[in-house]
Design a protein around this ligand. Sequence first.
Ligand code: GLU
Length: 304
Amino acid sequence: MNIQQLIDDIAADVRPYLAQAAPADYIPALAGEDPQQFAMAVATLDGQLYATGHSDKRFSIQSISKAFMLARVLAVYGDALWQRVGKEPSGNPFNSLVQLEYEQGVPRNPFINAGALVVTDIALSQLGDSSSALRDFLREESAQPALDFDYVIAASESEHGHRNAALAHFMKSCGNLHNNVEQVLAHYFRACSLRMNVAELARAGLFLANHGASPVSGAQRLTRSQAKQVNAIMLTCGTYDAAGEFAYRVGLPCKSGVGGGILAVLPGKMSIAVWSPGLDARGNSLAGLEALDRFTTRSGESVF
Ligand code: GLU
């Protein structure tokens, strides 16, 4: 398979979709991204990196940070995590308050916002400065010491993040947040604001494709079983309410973010990152989904 040719062709094919979607605007600092941008990168376990489009442009990884934070917390806290958060798809919007009340403050999974806030809370207790720990982890796993937070985006989200604050306060009232609510929110927003490009993101995802062992840093980040668990949750819960459609069309564990990025993992082979800021109705990058669908369909590669 000629991966470079394949992703160059895909970049050309998805161009018509770029005009059909708009960036997220509920975080005002994200709304200004030009929706005409598209980038895709593939990092393989044999050390190759292929990239196309605006692959040098860093964007706000937003909820993709939740997959890495989950991996960090699973590594240090293990299965005790599952006392505090579930592992089932939610079937509700990622920032829904309704289900949380029915379920007494125990979020359905680590990728809805409430679940990610609990994971952040555990990370604060276990790792100290959890957002900096995540940033340092991603610097090592992408081999890019310059990666950093976007403080403007973090501040913008903090200013408008009333729903996340509501989720956090509700969970605190149920005893499922142990640290100070403002502190948990600040670390969550900062982690979401991290800026990476698709090449850095694809590289950083390689430990998930390599059963927990990172070919970039040489570190064993997760056990083989934990890497399977993170990938499984990405497949079933990683793309908001479209996990079924992603499994059907793409057939890979994926985690998306409202910044327009999507990380996809093909265990045993490669990690793929796409970015285009225009989102579909369910909050996933419209061109990103089209690109991943074409990638697995044309290459014949998927987990199925
Ligand atoms: N920081 C965003 C929020 O909490 C992340 C959302 C996302 O990317 O899904 O709303």
